[in-house]
Every structure is written in structure tokens, then in C-alpha cells.
Design a protein around this ligand. Structure first.
Ligand code: F2R
Ligand code: MG
Ligand code: MG
Length: 326
């Protein structure tokens, strides 16, 4: 793949997170019937509690990850935790487990010990998967390092095995999408099979869900069946596979994949954000509708800033690759 396409894909997965988050946020917690009855096919950004096109904790934490990797040229847990704490804006709507872990760190607990104290053994919420796009992009060519950094970044707030596996699985889906050429037809079954092989033995729950995805791809399931088999709540096992399915079943078009993810209801901002990350990694920024990009919030840490972070991440990656003797 040429460098321009790679850069577009880095930008696509980070702006894709923002777009999916902003599209889903106004209907977070609604069920699919209510969304359908009130908005039909939701394809326009609605006014949300912070305004049209605004983002939530999903994108705010993704910014923290990108800033940290850029500043440290790789993973540094203490730095990343500090950035999460400094960026934290309660108006963006955070999960309680994440708030508790960050508060422990702020009060002196080591970054790699706080996450285990949440929910007595760690959170399996989707909070560490929703923010993972910069890690999926930065380690798109190194699955082992990707897994290690996904686990470590997750453990800051989500130390439960299912939380860490969810983050690694979502990062791996993003990395795989970056490696593929969107002008060639996606081999959906093998995309999912590769992800099943990537999941570690401790993540059996994900292997089973991914097997469901393979079956769902073979029929034309309605939304009730998809939600029933894959879930749509704020736990990682009941949302990461849903995002992967939303992408794979609508891989021909960024807009269709993200609109479908949000239409399933439940944790719509997060399933939208995770689908947007994978689909944006596949299609690149050029695949994201202009009318969605145009209305994204664009203040101090908004759309243009997110794009500039993705470009810096890509630049660092290219420099590292150019220096590598192999
Ligand atoms: N928090 C929200 N949305 C509600 C607030 C928005 C509201 N409209 C507003 O006006 O402000 N969304 C964000 O939270 C989700 C990510 O959550 P995260 O960071 O994973 O949090 P947490 O608390 O760790 O986990 C989420 C839930 O998962 C269950 N859970 C996790 N681990 C558990 C365990 N070990 N045992 C039992 N249950 C566990 C709990 O139900 C947690 O509440 C995203 O949707 C993001 O958008
Ligand atoms: Mg959110
Ligand atoms: Mg959410």
C-alpha cells in the first residue's frame, strides 16, 4: 500500500470514531424500535446534549491515547493515564468504572494497579475498546505488539480479561482493515476467521460471538436476531462483536456500516464509534460522507485536531519503519 493511502486510513479510523460517536450519541440507550419509529434510518447528525456533531467519552479518550503515543513514540502507561485524567470532562458521559479507576490513579495508585480494583477484579465494559483506534493504526503491521499494547492500555481502567480481550480484538479488526484494499471485494468469512484465530484462549466468549457472526453473514437476519445473538450493551463482549458485524455486513460503504450500527440501538455512540473506526480504517477518510465531517465539532480538540493527531501518528510510524533495518 502506498503512503498516501496509509495516511488516509490512519485519519479515517480516528475521524471514523468521532463520526460514529457523534451519530450515535443522541440516541444512546434507545432500543432499535424506538430509533426506527422516531427517526427512520438515522443518517443525519441530530442535535445532542452538547450540540450537533459533538463527541463523548469514546472520542475524548481516543484523543488521550493518540496524544500519548505521539509524545512517547509508543506506549507509556503513566503518561497515558495522566492524559485520561487531564482530558476528563464529565459532560462527555463516562462509565462509572472508568471514573473510579482514574480517580484512584489521581489519588496516587499506580496506573497498572487501579484497574484491578474496579468491580473487584476489573471492568469488562467497552470503555477500553471504544478508544483503541490509534493503537490499531500504530501497530497495524505488528499483531504481537498490538496485542501487548492493547492489553496494557486497557488495564489502566479495564483490567478484566474480557475488557482486555475486547480492546485487543477491536484493535486487531482496525489493523486488518488498514491492511486491506477497499477497491477489492472483502472476503467477509476470512476476515472473521482471522479474528477468531487472533483471540486468545482466555477470550472464548469472543470466539463464540465471532462464530455467530459467521452464521449471521450467511442469512439476512433482522435487527432482533442480531441484537439477540451479539448484544448491544456497554459490556465489551456484547458490543465489540456487534461493531465487527456492522462493518463486515456493510463493508461496501462507510455510511451504511455506521448507520446500521447505530440503528441497532443500545450503546449506540460506542457501537457507532467502534464500527466507524474499523470502517474508516478500511475506506479511509475519503470514504466518510462530507456532510458528516462538515458538522463535527471543531473547537480546540475537535475534528481538525483529531485529523492532525492521526497525521502525526502516521508520520512517526513511517519514520520508525524507514529506520528499521528489515
Ligand atoms: N456512560 C455512558 N453513557 C451514559 C451517560 C451518558 C448520559 N446520557 C449523560 O447525560 O451523561 N457511556 C459511556 O460508558 C460506556 C463505557 O463504559 P466503561 O468506561 O466501560 O465503564 P464501566 O463502568 O467500566 O463499564 C460499563 C458497564 O459494564 C458493566 N460491567 C463492567 N465490568 C463489570 C463487572 N466486572 N461486573 C459487573 N458489571 C460490569 C457495568 O454495567 C458497567 O456499568 C460507553 O457506552 C460510553 O459511551
Ligand atoms: Mg460515550
Ligand atoms: Mg456509549
Amino acid at each position: 500500500m502506498n503512503n498516501d493511502m496509509l495516511k488516509d486510513k490512519f485519519v479515517g479510523c480516528m475521524l471514523g470514531t468521532h463520526v460514529g460517536d457523534a451519530l450515535g450519541m443522541p440516541v444512546e440507550g434507545y432500543d432499535y424500535k424506538t430509533i426506527e419509529a422516531n427517526f427512520g434510518e438515522l443518517r443525519q447528525m441530530l442535535d445532542a446534549r452538547l450540540g450537533v456533531g459533538t463527541y463523548t467519552d469514546d472520542t475524548e479518550m481516543m484523543i488521550g491515547i493518540a496524544e500519548s503515543i505521539i509524545e512517547c513514540e509508543g506506549f507509556d502507561g503513566a503518561d497515558m493515564a495522566d492524559r485520561f485524567i487531564n482530558l476528563y470532562n464529565p459532560e462527555r458521559g463516562y462509565g462509572q468504572g472508568t471514573v473510579n479507576a482514574l480517580s484512584l490513579i489521581k489519588n496516587g495508585v499506580e496506573w497498572n494497579l487501579a484497574g484491578e480494583r474496579v468491580f473487584g477484579g476489573g471492568s469488562y465494559g467497552n470503555g477500553s475498546s471504544m478508544r483503541i483506534a490509534p493503537i490499531g493504526a500504530f501497530y497495524y503491521d505488528d499483531p504481537n505488539k498490538l496485542r501487548e499494547v492493547a492489553y496494557d492500555s486497557s488495564s489502566i481502567t479495564h483490567a478484566h480479561t474480557f475488557g482486555k480481550e475486547g480492546a485487543a480484538l477491536q484493535a486487531s479488526a482496525i489493523a486488518k482493515a488498514i491492511n486491506l484494499d477497499p477497491s477489492e471485494e472483502l472476503d467477509k468469512q476470512s476476515f472473521v476467521s482471522d479474528l477468531i484465530m487472533f483471540v486468545s484462549d482466555e477470550g472464548k466468549i469472543y470466539k463464540a460471538k465471532m462464530q455467530h457472526i459467521k452464521e449471521l453473514l450467511g442469512c439476512m437476519p433482522d435487527k432482533a436476531e442480531v441484537v439477540n445473538k451479539l448484544g448491544h450493551d456497554s459490556s465489551a463482549p456484547n458490543s465489540v462483536p456487534t461493531a465487527i458485524y456492522s462493518f463486515v455486513s456493510h463493508s461496501h460503504d462507510f455510511e451504511d456500516s455506521v448507520a446500521y450500527a447505530v440503528s441497532l440501538g443500545g450503546d449506540t455512540d460506542t457501537i457507532g464509534a467502534m464500527t466507524g473506526a474499523i470502517s474508516g480504517a478500511y475506506h479511509g477518510k475519503r470514504g466518510i460522507p462530507e456532510r458528516w465531517l462538515d458538522v463535527l465539532e471543531n473547537g480546540e480538540r475537535g475534528r481538525d485536531y483529531i485529523e492532525s493527531l492521526a497525521e502525526k501518528l502516521w508520520e512517526i510510524k513511517i519514520n520508525i519503519k524507514n529506520k528499521s533495518p528489515l
